[in-house]
Design a protein around this ligand. Structure first.
Ligand code: SAM
Length: 489
């Protein structure tokens, strides 16, 4: 691999000869392929063949080779997520440090690898807000979160400063910040070409801006998880030092096993707990992660913002009159309530709960009551792309069920007839082609599934079935795989 001279000089000095030699060998090895299984949808499936567990994530598996993921209907159904193994460490961090329900914000979330991991790791009753400021990437994030199917998620498309203005505050904030991407050198040659010492400095400045905004949204006693996929100390240890010195962050240790091969700080004068995944030492790509607690005695963000006319009572921030008006406008009619009743099955502990319904433009949303309160507050000042489950789109007097409902873990199993497809039909469905249904299929909206995993809706109109798979997600390749994928069985 052709690395920039200045990168080699700097990194070999930072790591020392022995570690740099292991790292350099690691970079020349093939990058491992790994997936994370979605427990909400796995239904007893396991990984085919000789998959090995990712040590720091119970749902992670290394695969012996890279399958043709695009043509696996189970990937499109959200049964697993393709994620490089080091990034799954966030699952371990959350499982180790968070034991009661929290409100978490993933500030830089696209395409959604760490957000889907967080959704699986957080205690039941938690809420996750997944945010991405770049619009096109935010749409991909919304797609991946929809496929994952967790109902307690809101996806937004905002800059961190918009969150500061929103008045919302969080127990946990993940800042997986944009970085100079040295950890991607092995997988992506473009990352080598784009690298420069100037870019490292520019990234470090942007990272501090993002963290400074995030810190304002963190509740006293809350946790900030900071991560990059780069090796230099400027974007890593030096930024953690800055958070400690300037913001008062208190580093938090995460229990790790020696056999995982994770390294600590590479700066002799900085001994706070930080977690470095380095190819050659750990089986995965480059990753840096550290956790900092905000002092429980720090002033609450609510009090800080009162001076700027942000008044908040828990999530009930903003102008009360404006908010009541917005909620009134978003309530759904009795007719709509009747149509969608029985489409979902929300459970809390052992109890069934009635979802709160909201209408945003033509979309009808179903939200747990605590998510609805947050949604009402968030939609006043943030650009919400999705919240809870989108049940359907109002069309005249009817509602066309939405793909979000098909992929949600709270879809009621009896709400619609389900037609199993063959592998060839499933791929045709994902290409948005017409699929022939058995002659006795009921008319109207029907779910189609492959190996018990729901893929989406069709509308059976008798002589044919209209394919309702989202146009923008369809598989564009016309390649015909010669055998079924063999990832989960
Ligand atoms: C390292 S990636 C996040 C990867 C993601 N957490 C995951 O695991 O899939 C960093 C993200 O930050 C976004 N970003 C860029 N500028 C930003 C800013 N000023 N504030 C917050 N996020 C930003 C990028 O568009 C990118 O999607």
């Amino acid at each position: 691999m052709n690395l920039p001279d200045s990168f080699i000089r700097y990194t070999s000095r930072l790591m020392g000869d022995e570690l740099y030699a292991r790292f350099s060998d690691g970079l020349n090895e093939e990058a491992p392929v790994s997936i994370r299984i979605n427990r909400l949808k796995s239904r007893g499936r396991s990984v085919a063949g000789t998959a090995v567990n990712v040590p720091w994530c119970g749902d992670g598996r290394y695969l012996p080779q890279r399958p043709d993921f695009t043509f696996d209907p189970l990937l499109h159904a959200g049964c697993y997520y393709v994620q490089e193994a080091s990034s799954m460490f966030v699952h371990h961090v959350l499982r180790s440090l968070v034991s009661t329900p929290v409100l978490m914000l993933d500030m830089c979330a696209a395409p959604g690898g760490k957000s889907t991991a967080a959704a699986s790791a957080l205690p039941e009753g938690s809420i996750l807000m997944s945010n991405e400021p770049v619009r096109a990437r935010a749409n991909i994030l919304a797609e991946n979160m929809m496929k994952w199917g967790s109902p307690d998620v809101i996806v937004t498309n905002n800059y961190p400063r918009d969150y500061v203005r929103s008045g919302l505050d969080f127990d946990v904030i993940l800042c997986d910040v944009p970085c100079s991407g040295e950890g991607m050198f092995r997988k992506d040659e473009g990352a080598v070409e784009e690298w420069s010492p100037q870019n490292v400095d520019a990234c470090s400045r942007l990272q501090r801006e993002i963290v400074a905004d995030a810190w304002q949204c963190l509740r006293p006693g809350g946790l900030l998880i900071y991560s990059t996929c780069t090796f230099n100390a400027t974007e890593n240890e030096e930024n953690i030092r800055w958070i400690v010195d300037e913001l008062g962050g208190m580093p938090v240790a995460v229990p790790v096993s020696e056999g995982w091969g994770i390294c600590g700080s590479l700066l002799a004068d900085f001994t706070a707990p930080v977690y470095r995944f380095i190819p050659g030492c750990t089986r995965g790509e480059g990753l840096f992660m550290a956790v900092l607690r905000k002092s429980p005695d720090a002033e609450s963000p609510i009090i800080l913002r009162k001076g700027k006319r942000y008044v908040q009572d828990k999530y009930d921030n903003g102008n009360k009159k404006r908010k009541d008006k917005a909620i009134a406008a978003s309530l759904v009619s009795r007719d709509i309530e009747k149509i969608v009743s029985g489409w979902t099955s929300f459970v809390s502990g052992d109890e069934h709960i009635e979802p709160a319904l909201r209408q945003s433009d033509v979309c009808v949303l179903a939200l747990t009551p605590h998510l609805a309160r947050l949604y009402d507050a968030a939609s006043l000042s943030l650009r919400v792309l999705s919240a809870g489950v989108t049940l359907g789109n109002v069309k005249g007097h009817d509602i066309v069920p939405n793909h979000s409902l098909a992929l949600s873990s709270v879809l009621c199993p009896d709400a619609f007839p389900v037609v199993p497809l063959t592998y060839t039909q499933a791929v045709a469905y994902l290409r948005r082609e017409t699929v022939a249904l058995p002659p006795d299929t009921p008319m109207g909206f029907v779910l189609v599934a492959w190996h018990d995993a729901v893929l989406g809706f069709v509308k059976n109109i008798g002589n044919r079935a209209n394919n309702l798979y989202p146009q923008e997600w369809k598989i564009k390749s016309t390649h015909v795989p010669d055998r079924e994928p063999w990832v989960l069985v």
